[in-house]
Design a binder for this molecule. Structure first.
Ligand SMILES: Cc1cc2nc3c(=O)[nH]c(=O)nc-3n(C[C@H](O)[C@H](O)[C@H](O)COP(=O)(O)OP(=O)(O)OC[C@H]3O[C@@H](n4cnc5c(N)ncnc54)[C@H](O)[C@@H]3O)c2cc1C
Length: 263
């Protein structure tokens, strides 16, 4: 397959941090200027034997940073991630020159609470939001009048999968506008874990009440596993959220045979 050279940058891996055997954080030099807004995604690709494979990845980095950062999960029989996981600092990959996506901060509706719900790598766009807002807040240049507040509920099976727990916990301990609650759904595998337990969708009502979030004041953002998104959407709608107050970024589609299985 030939590629049109003007659509892609020759990107390069700058740094790689392995979070577990199947999760890593990649920092990437896109190879040219890539404009994006917090919450958008880039399209990364690998070309092998004339065959190009590319997929979407949310930026975890803030547009203020020079490098792009991605939080990637290995899908063992996937088309791209097995190759992506072989890449080391200095190795080349492709990056489309245009970032895309509408999963950006809702600053136009008048709702000033932002409920950020994610599973594992679905935290990436929220890291981008928070890094960006934190930097604006520290510099006194926040473009958000009206006291916006952010409430993040982040689920994973195991505590070692969180990736950004330390960073987000640090911001939350300093910034009065951020709450961050990581929760593990398999506490029996995590005897040292002292934090919240249970699946994010099972905890959603509890935290909506605890944080006193009202549908007319709160935009909900759902990112990651499609089943979590479907369940959370239903819970929020039954609690009074209208469709336009729920933004979604599903990372993949559930295969028909798995549709009934638990997350
Ligand atoms: C807008 C957007 C942003 C995304 N951002 C990220 C991100 O930040 N980090 C990230 O890791 N992924 C992200 N993804 C998913 C990513 O694009 C790929 O689909 C994923 O990395 C798998 O690629 P693959 O080629 O290895 O597997 P594929 O060949 O695409 O998939 C093989 C099979 O595995 C299923 N599958 C795909 N991903 C998963 C998964 N995570 N768990 C279980 N089954 C899966 C597919 O439905 C398919 O049946 C995003 C997707 C979208 C649409």
């Amino acid at each position: 397959m030939t590629r049109s050279p003007d659509k892609y940058y020759n990107a390069r891996i700058l740094d790689r941090r392995d979070i577990s055997a199947d999760l890593c954080i990649l920092r990437v030099d896109p190879g040219g200027p890539l404009e994006y807004r917090a919450g958008q995604y880039a399209t990364l690709g690998i070309e092998r034997d004339g065959l190009r494979t590319e997929r979407a990845y949310s930026m975890a980095s803030s547009p203020y940073e020079e490098a792009l950062e991605f939080f990637v999960e290995l899908v063992p029989l996937g088309g791209l991630t097995p190759g992506l996981f072989q890449l080391q600092p200095g190795d080349a990959l492709l990056c489309r020159k245009i970032a895309k996506g509408r999963f950006t901060l809702d600053l136009g509706s008048g709702r000033t609470n932002h409920l950020l719900i994610s599973t594992v790598t679905g935290i990436a766009p929220f890291v981008s939001y928070v890094r960006t807002i934190y930097r604006d807040w520290k510099s006194g240049a926040s473009p958000m009048p009206g006291g916006h507040k952010f409430f993040s509920l982040h689920g994973a099976s195991h505590s070692f999968e969180f990736g950004y727990c330390e960073e987000l916990g640090r911001y939350a301990s300093e910034a009065p506008w951020l709450q961050y609650v990581p929760t593990v759904s398999r506490p029996w595998d995590n005897p040292q874990w002292t934090g919240e337990t249970g699946r994010v969708d099972d905890l959603l009502r509890k935290y909506v009440d605890a944080w006193i979030l009202r549908p007319d004041e709160t935009t909900a953002y759902l990112c990651g596993h499609p089943k979590m998104i479907e369940n959370s959407r239903g819970i929020l709608q039954r609690a009074g959220w209208k469709k336009d107050a729920i933004l979604e970024e599903a990372y993949f589609q559930v295969a028909a045979k798995e549709a009934g299985a638990s997350i």
